[in-house]
Design a protein around this ligand. Sequence first.
Ligand code: BES
Ligand code: MG
Ligand code: ZN
Length: 483
Amino acid sequence: MKIQLRENLNIENADGMIVCIPSNMDVDQAYGLPLEQMKQKETFEGKIGEVQFLTLLHEELIEVALVGLGDGETFCETKLIKSLGEAIKALKKKKVKHISLDLEMINRVAPIDKKLQKMIFSALIMSDYEFNDYKTDSKPSTLEEISVYGNDLDETCLNEGVILGETNVFSRHLTNMPANIMTPDQLARLAKDYVSPLGIEIEIKNEDEIEALGMHAYLAVAKASANPPRLIVMRHMGAPESDKRLVLVGKGLTYDSGGLSIKPTASMVTMKDDMGGASAVIAAMGAIAKLDIKANVIGIVAACENMISGLSYKPGDIISSMGGKSIYIGNTDAEGRLTLIDAVTYGIREEKATHVVDIATLTGAAIHCLGSEAAPVVTNNDDFYHVVEKAFKKADEKIWKMPIFDEYKELVKHDQADLTNTAGSPGTITAGIFIGEFAKDVPWVHIDIAGTAFREKASGVYSKGGTGSGAIPLVYLAKKMSK
Ligand code: BES
Ligand code: MG
Ligand code: ZN
């Protein structure tokens, strides 16, 4: 599907239309639509979030989606993007080939600034994504083109918006691929195919090399699987003269069965998605290169599976870590933090990180904290957190900082080892504190995307499955670090 900017509203070749309508506008018969009558009957009032469909006969049939904008007070970018997603998906179901999208009216309720333009363009790409690679009878989408009309639309915003939209989609796609296909080695290969041609240096380390680095916590998780681990390191050195190095660590459990502390089936079926953090990082690295961002950014994924065999690590074990601390294993299902601490230590020790972000589908408790719309954060540095928060805001994704009270810090300690991997409630915070023990004094932000990384149902620009949560914000973060 391609997006074209148009100088004027042209519906001649379009068999679909999306029209944005403010609630306070007197539009009689605009586009030949019976808007005034609809308003009188209160079937469509133009409220923000409202989406309605009708079919027009204009030489040929045109499928129309009316999208409400509200007024200057009620207008909301997030809700507009959601409506556009719903509109595009519904028009696709009606087998539309060419959508004409009129954005001009938005100016009557809010300025279409660069940020909003990029959000809209990436939303168009995001709404077009479907995961149907494995359905033998799936038909390709009919949608070929969206032509967008509006004054002052900017070609640069279009390019960037499309790159960001594709970043989100690639991240979702990696997450959606089933674990029998998306093994650690396959994830590494796909990462390489994606980032290498863009000029990113990528190193993929095998089990022996991981062992030689002393990543014992990561290996404890990985060793029960027939699919060996792969440590993926991607380097974009966009500012060689600068000492600043942003390390992005993504949790890359291509499958989490829980290990010997095995999960019930219902919790296990979605665990192919336990690499949502890794997909966000890999996809973001691609965009950081495409946009030629002048910052040093290193993406790290300690990819592995949490499985069961005679080699399994066991509840009650005491293991070591690359950072040197010993860890008591209270539960083998708290595996993500074990892979992350070694990846964080690797990032600080070997890649000389000055800033670390880790992003992970880490705790079920994150879903209890903030549900599926926002990701809880644990950090050791408020200034850095505010930079990360701004990057998420720009991408219209939500994060929220959790408190670290001294009492919580006590919970990660253990009487037989330096730390325990199961510190108990509040589970999201204690998991974060555990990782923070390995970030030491380096500014670090941990983002728990267990609630935001996938959806049970399609909504707005998202389809069922992976959401690509964090991918676009990480690109914006790299941009902010370049300043
Ligand atoms: N991958 C899971 C967390 C998860 C749960 C992600 C639900 C998405 C949806 C993680 O490895 C895990 O199993 N965490 C345990 C930790 C506990 C044993 C301390 C959890 O949250 O139950
Ligand atoms: Mg687990
Ligand atoms: Zn997990």
